[in-house]
Design a protein around this ligand. Structure first.
Ligand code: NDP
Length: 448
């Protein structure tokens, strides 16, 4: 069978085994489409059925999460953990709490995580989990009761050498705290079973900042290949959560001007730039008051575009930092027509395949999520190392390691694209470089 037929057969098997899980199909297709030249060069991967194995999670866990709301009513949600691949280390990847969560979203995220974690150069396998619970509008007590119920089941599947979850959409410091407390209570163990912990109980400095900072460091490496820096660049950012906030903080430090923020209701456009003071307002609004981004527009008297995304705003660089498929073909066309030539993905799979195709064809500096947002999980890896050593590193130590990791992630993607004759195509570079390490480890470990 030829290489294309082999890849097509694997993809068809994925469609058949995972009906209706469109996000998972999309993520698998993007990776498989990059791997033709690698499979051609390495028939041993075909003989060992590495492709067939890598698209099938090692373990899938699905469970009931019953909890009681403040009115005394019983609520029932559905929890998941996909332990996708442990060839390089314990499963590692976030937990997402959002009403749209179902198997297809978590499988796409878990699959992406395998390659992302490989690119970090740290010993971590890939996994992802979460629940269709919506934290929006819930009291702190309701969130606590939910988290306790969720962890009561999850705790039997995770552990510091088995599976170490982290945060993602809807899971920040508050939720990690409640889940950590419940794990400790049930197991009577104070161990690093989650990352993103509070600083005085095992967390790492720079972990909250890491995904946003890392995404900017990655974009900085892309700019360096053209002899440019962020000085004076106008940037658009979507989302207003963890990743968006620290993307803006780092861009400000590097001399760029960020002019947008959004949430699922709409976008604010601040042409004067979201400076440190305005960013402090956003952090209080989103992380403490848990309000809507429209309040920014009311406070600073700037435009609010209800139901719109930021991609119609003119910019040099775009940082999608909200959710999957938030940049479609029309958005990409508009961005390119307005002169945008850097896209660095903080969110996971934010560009549709049609949007990504345009970025690649136009040869802009396009950093795909599994490379550009790897700084979050990399710093989670550094948190695990500190937990194992029972030490805490300084802010400077962690930030320097994060920077070095992002430089290395970019170099691996860049070099792999060169090696396979696709110079500058970092999508292909990320998929190949991430894949080869995992595939080789799977070969070494036999048929497991
Ligand atoms: P947060 O929950 O902190 O923030 C998410 C932001 O995105 C909010 O502003 C939210 O708005 C917006 N958003 C979520 N869903 C949608 C939607 N369907 N349409 C429009 N806006 C939406 O999450 P994070 O910042 O942690 O995560 C953002 C992205 O970054 C995700 O794709 C995540 O997988 C990815 N990521 C996160 C990492 C991390 O370390 N946290 C690591 C690597 C990737 P609203 O409040 O209205 O829901």
């Amino acid at each position: 069978m030829g290489v294309n037929a082999i890849i097509q057969a694997v993809y068809e098997q994925v469609l058949q085994r995972n009906p209706g899980e469109t996000e998972f199909h999309q993520a698998v297709k993007e990776v498989l489409d990059s791997l033709g030249p690698v499979i051609e060069k390495h028939p041993e991967y075909v003989d060992a059925k590495i492709l067939d194995r890598i698209v099938e999670p090692e373990r899938q866990i699905m469970f009931r999460v019953p909890w009681q709301d403040d009115k005394g009513n019983v609520q029932v949600n559905r929890g998941f953990r996909f332990e996708f691949n442990s060839a390089l280390g314990p499963y590692k990847g976030g937990l997402r709490f959002h009403p749209t969560v179902y198997a297809g979203i978590l499988k796409f995220l878990g699959f992406e995580q395998v390659f992302k974690n490989s690119l970090t150069t740290l010993p971590m396998g890939g996994g992802k989990g979460g629940c269709d619970f919506d934290p929006k509008g819930k009291s702190d007590n309701e969130v606590m009761r939910f988290c306790q119920s969720f962890m009561t089941e999850l705790c039997r599947h995770i552990g510091p050498d088995t599976d170490v979850p982290a945060g993602d959409i809807g899971v920040g410091g508050r939720e990690i705290g409640f889940m950590f407390g419940q794990y400790k209570r049930i197991r009577n163990e104070f161990t690093g079973i989650l990352t993103g912990k509070g600083l005085n109980w095992g967390g790492s400095l720079i972990r909250p900042e890491a995904t946003g900072y890392g995404c900017v460091y990655y974009a900085e490496e892309m700019l360096k290949t053209r002899g440019e820096s962020f000085d004076g660049k106008v940037c658009t950012v979507s989302g207003s959560g963890n990743v968006a906030q620290y993307t803006i903080e780092k861009l400000n430090q590097l001399g760029a001007k960020c002019v947008s923020l959004s949430d699922s209701n709409g976008t604010v456009h601040d042409p004067n730039g979201i400076d440190a003071e305005k960013l402090a307002f956003v952090m209080e609004l989103k992380n403490v008051k848990r309000g809507r981004i429209k309040e920014y527009a009311d406070k600073f008297k700037v435009d609010y575009m209800e139901g719109k995304r930021p991609w119609g705003i003119k910019c040099h660089c775009a940082f999608p930092s909200a959710t999957q498929n938030e940049v479609d073909a029309d958005d990409a066309k508009t961005l390119l027509a307005n002169g945008c030539y850097v896209v660095s993905e903080g969110a996971n799979m934010p560009s549709t395949p049609e949007a990504a195709e345009q970025f690649i064809a136009q040869k802009i500096l396009y950093g795909p999520a599994k490379a550009a947002n790897a700084g979050g999980v990399a710093t989670s890896g550094l948190e695990m190392s500190q937990n194992s050593q029972r030490l805490s590193w300084t802010r400077e130590q962690v930030d320097e390691q994060l920077q070095n990791i992002m430089i290395s992630v970019h170099k691996q993607c860049f070099d792999a694209a060169e090696e396979y004759g696709q110079s500058g195509n970092l999508v292909m570079g990320a998929n190949i470089a991430g894949f080869v390490k995992v595939a080789d480890a799977m070969l070494d470990q036999g048929l497991v």
